[in-house]
Ligand binder design. Structure first.
Ligand code: ZN
Length: 343
C-alpha cells in the first residue's frame, strides 16, 4: 500500500487542486511564456499557489510540470532543462505538502503532472513509440527524484500517447493516474471514446483514470459517467470551471464557486473518487468544492438528467463535429487553442 492508497481508503474521496495556468496569469504570467519556467524564476509564486490549494482543502496537488517533456521545452530552447525543471517542480510541491502536514497534521499527496508532447504519432506524424517513451521517462524519473508520491498523466488525446506515457511513468515504480481530454463531440481530439479509454488504461494498471479539461463541467461528467465499466476503476473528474469563452484574444472562464460545488457533489454522488478542477479553477472554487463535499449528504444516483438539471445540458449548443458552439464564437472550440497550457 502506498500513501495514495492509504489516503483514498481513509477519506473515500480525494479532492484535487485546480488550474495552474489560469492562476499564474492572474499572478502576472505572460501569454507565450512557459509556466514551467516559474519553478526557477518565481518559486515563491509556485509554492504560494500550491499552499493556497492545500489551505482550501485539496488532498492532491499537481506539480507545475505539465509541459516538462523535451518536446515541449524544445519550443523554448530548454530541452536540456528537463531534469532541472521537473526536479524543481516536484520539490516545490513536496515542500508545500510537507509544510502543510507539519502545520495541520493532515497528509496530502503530490502528483507529478505529465502533459502531452504536442507531437502526432506515426503514421499521422513523426513521433514513434520508443522516442516518446524516452522523453516521458526522462520527465518521470526527474519528478520521482524531486519527491512526488504518484505520477499523473493528463490532457492526453490518443491511445498511442497514453501508451508511451504510461510505460514511462510505471517504469519508476510509482502509482500512475491518467486522464484524457474529451473535447470533441464527446470523444478525444483523436477520436477515442471514454469507455474505450477506461478499458484500455484500466488494463494497463492505472490506479485511477478519468477525464480532465475539455469543455465544461457538465460535459466532463458526461464523459466520466461512461467510464463506469465492469472492473470499477477509481475514477477522476477534473473539469474546467465553466465553459471556456474566447474573447478579446484570450480565454475566459465564468464558472462560479457554486457551480463547481454542485459539480463536485454530482461527481461524488456518481462514485467518482478523485475530484478537482481544471482551467479556470481557483483556490476559492476548490474551497467551495471542499465545503460542499464535506457538508452535503449523498443524495442518490447520478443520471444525465440530474446533471443537466443541476449544471446544464452537456454539449448543448456545441457543434457536434467541432466541439464548438453553433454560432461559431468558440465556446468549446477554444480547447485546441488552449491545449498548450492545461490547468
Ligand atoms: Zn484545463
Amino acid at each position: 500500500m502506498t500513501l495514495y492508497h492509504d489516503l483514498l481508503e481513509e477519506r473515500g474521496v480525494l479532492l484535487c487542486d485546480g488550474a495552474t495556468g489560469t492562476n499564474y496569469f492572474a499572478l502576472g504570467l505572460e501569454t507565450g511564456h512557459p509556466p514551467e519556467f516559474w519553478v526557477l524564476e518565481k518559486p515563491d509564486l509556485v509554492l504560494g499557489l500550491h499552499c493556497r490549494f492545500l489551505d482550501a482543502g485539496s488532498d492532491i496537488i499537481l506539480t507545475n510540470s505539465f509541459g516538462g517533456t523535451s518536446f515541449r521545452l524544445k519550443l523554448h530552447q530548454a530541452e536540456d532543462q528537463v531534469a532541472t525543471l521537473n526536479i524543481a517542480a516536484a520539490k516545490l510541491a513536496r515542500q508545500a505538502a510537507d509544510e502543510h502536514h507539519a502545520a495541520t497534521g493532515r497528509k496530502v499527496l503530490v502528483a507529478g503532472s505529465m502533459g502531452p508532447t504536442g507531437e502526432l504519432f506515426q503514421p499521422l506524424g513523426m513521433l514513434d513509440h520508443a522516442t516518446a517513451v524516452a522523453a516521458f521517462q526522462e520527465q518521470a524519473k526527474a519528478l520521482k527524484e524531486g519527491g512526488v508520491d504518484l505520477l499523473w498523466i493528463e490532457t492526453i488525446s490518443s491511445i498511442e500517447e497514453v501508451n508511451a506515457a504510461f510505460e514511462a511513468a510505471s517504469s519508476t515504480g510509482l502509482p500512475v493516474a491518467s486522464t484524457m481530454t474529451f473535447d470533441t463531440a464527446g470523444k478525444s481530439m483523436m477520436g477515442v471514446n471514454p469507455d474505450d479509454y477506461a478499458r484500455h488504461v484500466g488494463g494497463l494498471g492505472a490506479v485511477a483514470l478519468g477525464a480532465n479539461c475539455g469543455v465544461g463541467p457538465s460535459e466532463l461528467l458526461h464523459s466520466v459517467l461512461q467510464m463506469k465499466i465492469d472492473d470499477a476503476p477509481v475514477l477522476i473528474a477534473k473539469g474546467n470551471c465553466g465553459i471556456p469563452e474566447y474573447r478579446d484574444g484570450s480565454i475566459h472562464y465564468h464558472g462560479s464557486p457554486e457551480l463547481m460545488a454542485k459539480y463536485a457533489i454530482l461527481a461524488r454522488d456518481a462514485g467518482i473518487k478523485l475530484i478537482g478542477g481544471c482551467c479556470g479553477t481557483t483556490p476559492e472554487h476548490i474551497k467551495a468544492m471542499r465545503d460542499a463535499i464535506d457538508q452535503t449528504p449523498p443524495s442518490g444516483d447520478v443520471t444525465l438528467d440530474r446533471v443537466a438539471a443541476e449544471i446544464g445540458q452537456p454539449w448543448q449548443g456545441l457543434d457536434a463535429s467541432k466541439g464548438q458552439d453553433s454560432d461559431g464564437q468558440g465556446r468549446g472550440g477554444s480547447s485546441r487553442r488552449r491545449r498548450r497550457r492545461d490547468g
